[in-house]
Design a protein around this ligand. Structure first.
Ligand code: SAH
Length: 489
């Protein structure tokens, strides 16, 4: 049968696509239906036809799926940030496990029995909302020229007003409303992307979950002229009526740092490099604990590491699950205190410092110099002396070490946590040359994970344990930890 654009069809949704869309068949023709849930029978309108499949829009749910739940957020369809909000959380976890399994089979070429024999149950969240410690809200104007903040609609650049995203902390709303009120009362303009004019571009909010400390940073498009204040206080202002805003924000419970970031570039990059603290401290702190992942409820083992976070620092956005993810990586590393461990793609050294407590020596490698400066500072702050950090490409630093033949630094265990594109081919080659006993692979993309595991297995390693950890509930993002061990010496 030939479908055409705007045709309305009834379809039973049988599967979930990689981007969370529902997949069903009508007369043998595959339909991808955004916002439909697996198990639904829906009426869908075709929006784009391809040779063997078509994209369709959900018009009406005829028979709801038993896995369909009511969305918490009224804007979930327009926003697109939460692709899975109408799917029950148990089913979301199942979807992620299946995504990992399918990638390993299809892309990695592993036998289903082999994958099943090594896969452990995914680690979910206790509460899959309000888990993000960081929010970045764009500021703009609505149709009536009123200053608003919210989210970009779909893939556009128009802002839909909403100050309460369910993934963020409750305080976000109070802070955003406070800033909007200050802007409206003092006629402070919002940045306009098209013309590059207007002042306030974005609002960044971060919260240390364990400390309760909150940081607000306003990204502004202009450096104001130096304002000399009469009386005691003197110094530059970065915002008109800065004092009014600061006083409002300082009253909010937990407020620890208020700053501005100057970004005058016409770019999609949110933060500018220059940061000025207007009130309070320059950073907030957060502590993450090692947990015992072998016990029910994953109790703390008592140890905690404290990190300082500035507006520009990289820091995992879901601290609750980060503890579980790192603890799992630590457990998989199987350390006894004697090992030399390399942590490649180490960021600000969070995993490295977790490992350092149980290893002889840890070497961290990361490409961003500022992250390594933070890693060294974090080591110092936590009194960790057996971690050393290098700026550079993982593949080059590890390769150089091998050429140099430094036996002292020979890795017993290598941990990798690469970005979505996975490990560079040269990095995998370098790992196979130095031949650690164990490799722990932390991955945020099952497809590149599967590709890389295949290379490592062909190079003499075997998969021992695989476990998903849900870092991003309500979204399709899938995180996995894998333990591999050397089979050929
Ligand atoms: N393990 C850290 C960070 C993981 S994110 C954490 O859990 O916080 C991946 C990191 O890899 C980023 O910090 C990125 O800057 C870094 N990176 C990207 N390409 C790299 C490369 N070729 N070599 C080393 N680090 C790289």
């Amino acid at each position: 049968m030939n479908f055409q654009k705007n045709d309305v069809v009834v379809v039973e949704i049988e599967d979930i696509g990689n981007d969370g869309e529902g997949i069903g068949k009508a007369d043998g023709f595959t339909l991808f239906v955004k916002d439909a849930v697996v198990g639904d029978t829906v009426e869908a309108r075709i929006v784009k036809v391809r040779k063997n499949y078509a994209y369709a829009r959900l018009e009406k749910v005829i028979k709801p799926s038993p896995f369909r739940v009511e969305a918490k957020c009224a804007y979930h369809r327009q926003c697109g940030g939460c692709q899975l909000q109408t799917l029950s959380y148990e089913k979301q976890l199942e979807f992620k496990e299946k995504k990992i399994r399918d990638s390993l089979i299809r892309i990695g070429g592993f036998e289903p029995e082999y994958v099943d024999a090594h896969m452990e149950p995914i680690v979910g969240m206790e509460e899959p909302f309000r888990y993000r410690n960081k929010a970045q809200y764009p500021v703009g104007t609505d149709k009536n020229d009123k200053v608003v903040t919210g989210f970009y609609a779909g893939r556009t650049h128009s802002i839909i007003a909403n100050t309460d995203c369910w993934l963020g902390v409750e305080e976000n709303q109070e802070i955003l409303d406070c800033i909007l009120e200050y802007m409206r009362e003092n006629r402070i303009s919002a940045y306009d992307e098209a013309s590059g004019t207007g002042l306030v571009r974005h609002i960044l909010i971060r919260k240390g979950f364990s400390s309760g400390e909150i940081m607000v940073c306003l990204v502004v498009n202009k450096r104001m002229a130096h304002v000399q204040h009469a009386g005691k206080r003197s110094g530059p202002d970065y915002l008109p009526k800065q004092k009014v805003l600061v006083e409002k924000l300082a009253r909010i419970k937990g407020m620890t740092s208020v700053s501005v970031s100057i970004n005058t570039e016409k770019t999609n990059v949110i933060m500018g490099k220059e940061i000025h603290t207007l009130w309070g401290r320059d950073t907030i702190s957060d502590t993450i604990h090692v947990r015992d992942m072998t016990q029910p409820g994953y109790p703390f083992t008592g140890k905690g590491l404290t990190f300082c976070i500035s507006p520009l620092s990289f820091y995992q956005v879901n601290p609750g699950q980060t503890e579980k993810l790192y603890s799992l990586a630590l457990e998989y590393a199987g350390l006894t205190g004697k090992e030399t461990v390399w942590d490649l793609y180490c960021g600000i050294g969070t995993i490295s410092l977790f490992l350092a407590g149980s290893a002889r020596k840890v070497y961290g490698v990361e490409i961003v110099p500022q992250a390594i400066a933070d890693a060294r500072e974090n080591a110092r702050r936590n009194g960790i002396e057996n971690a050393e950090f290098f700026v550079g490409k993982a593949e080059e630093v590890l390769g150089d070490f091998y050429e140099g033949n430094d036996t002292e630094a020979k890795p017993d265990v290598i941990v990798v946590d690469p970005p979505r594109k996975g490990c560079d081919g040269a990095c995998l080659e370098a790992m196979l040359r130095v031949r650690p006993e164990r490799i722990v692979y932390v991955s945020c993309d099952p497809a590149t994970l599967a590709r890389d595991l295949r290379v490592l297995c062909d190079g003499g390693y075997a998969v021992e344990r695989i476990r998903g950890t849900d870092m991003f509930g309500m979204t399709v993002h899938t995180e996995t930890v894998v333990l591999m061990s050397r089979v050929k010496s």
